[in-house]
Design a protein around this ligand. Structure first.
Ligand code: FES
Ligand code: FES
Length: 158
């Protein structure tokens, strides 16, 4: 069956079964391999994308549940202001180790910054608790989110 989905502002026609996970559609049909497969059970966060701005686990999101919602992925998040600030902070603080979890981390962090420009530590912990990093980059992730939040406030004051 053909579905129309909007990803990073672009409209795509996808011919697949309705119960196909969005992660499969992104990676195997659209060739967007930034979102990663980790657990396939909404437990690790490696596959995180945004659906209408909210972080979502694409491994358990069926194609037929998306409708007209707007999807954003790691391939497009740098075009948004919160995403660009998060990515800059990630680079400045050299957050990444092996990198496998990092697209999901950045998607969760950028959704947090978009909804809460001044997150407290507890907000960061809540927002990021579903994103597992086997390399243990959690301390740098928290610092990078704080740096991005600070740059957001400084930008707003200009
Ligand atoms: S692959 Fe989706 S949450 Fe782990
Ligand atoms: S950077 Fe290796 S799993 Fe997170």
């Amino acid at each position: 069956m053909a579905f129309t989905i909007i990803v990073n502002g672009n409209t795509h026609s996808v011919d697949a079964d309705g119960d196909t996970p969005l992660l499969w559609v992104l990676r195997d049909v659209l060739g967007m391999t930034g979102a990663k497969f980790g657990c396939g059970m909404a437990l690790c966060g490696a596959c995180t994308v945004h659906i209408d701005g909210a972080p979502a686990r694409s491994c358990v999101t069926s194609l037929d549940s998306i409708g007209a919602s707007k999807i954003a992925t790691i391939e497009g998040i740098g075009a948004t202001e919160p995403g660009a600030r998060i990515q800059k902070a990630w680079l400045d603080l050299e957050v990444v180790q092996c990198g496998y979890c990092q697209p999901g981390q950045i998607m969760s962090a950028s959704a947090l910054l978009a909804s809460n420009p001044n997150p407290a530590d507890s907000d960061i912990d809540d927002a990021m608790s579903g994103n597992i990093c086997r390399c243990g980059t959690y301390v740098r992730i928290r610092e990078a989110i704080k740096q991005a939040a600070q740059s957001t406030r400084q930008g707003a004051q200009k």
